[in-house]
Write a protein that binds this ligand. Sequence first.
Ligand SMILES: [Fe+2]
Ligand SMILES: [Fe+2]
Length: 192
Amino acid sequence: MPKTSGEPRDAIEMLTDDHKRVQKLFKRFEKIEREDEDSLRDLVDRAIAELQVHSMLEEELFYPAVRAQISDDEAEDLLNEADVEHESVDELIAKLQELEAGDPMYSAYFTVLTEYVKHHVREEEKELFPRVRKLQDLDLEQLGRDMQTRREDLKSEAAADEADDERAAANARSADSDDELEDEEERTPTKH
Ligand SMILES: [Fe+2]
Ligand SMILES: [Fe+2]
């Protein structure tokens, strides 16, 4: 049985579930026809949305909580590397958001993104998380609850943004279909 999203969970379990979800999307990407631009864009957008929420939870809550508890240099190195890896992934996401799904580089950028993320996930799951589990003073269940709350907030923000976008698109459509006079006025600079 899948866990319900409202259930309080241990932070590491939650992050590991996120990793699995995103990697499932990566698997689907391998099978998708590159010419099927709609499906491609849809899948890439979903993966990006998953990754952005996940990164935010780690950057805002998980990593700082871990950083506050660790004392050895090696663990600190891992966290610093994680920050750099997140940065690289963010750059690839920004690039993908600029490109059309039909662009020949679109799949290339996404493929490299999947490789970076897979590498990063491996490091977290094999190196970082086992160390974090050993931190006596870190309450992973409380952290999991905090992360869940933040996730719900982000979800409602995203839904509100989407509604705004839809409204804006609808307004733009009705403005277009109004008449072209207004357009004319806007375009005509004061030429005297
Ligand atoms: Fe991460
Ligand atoms: Fe992660």
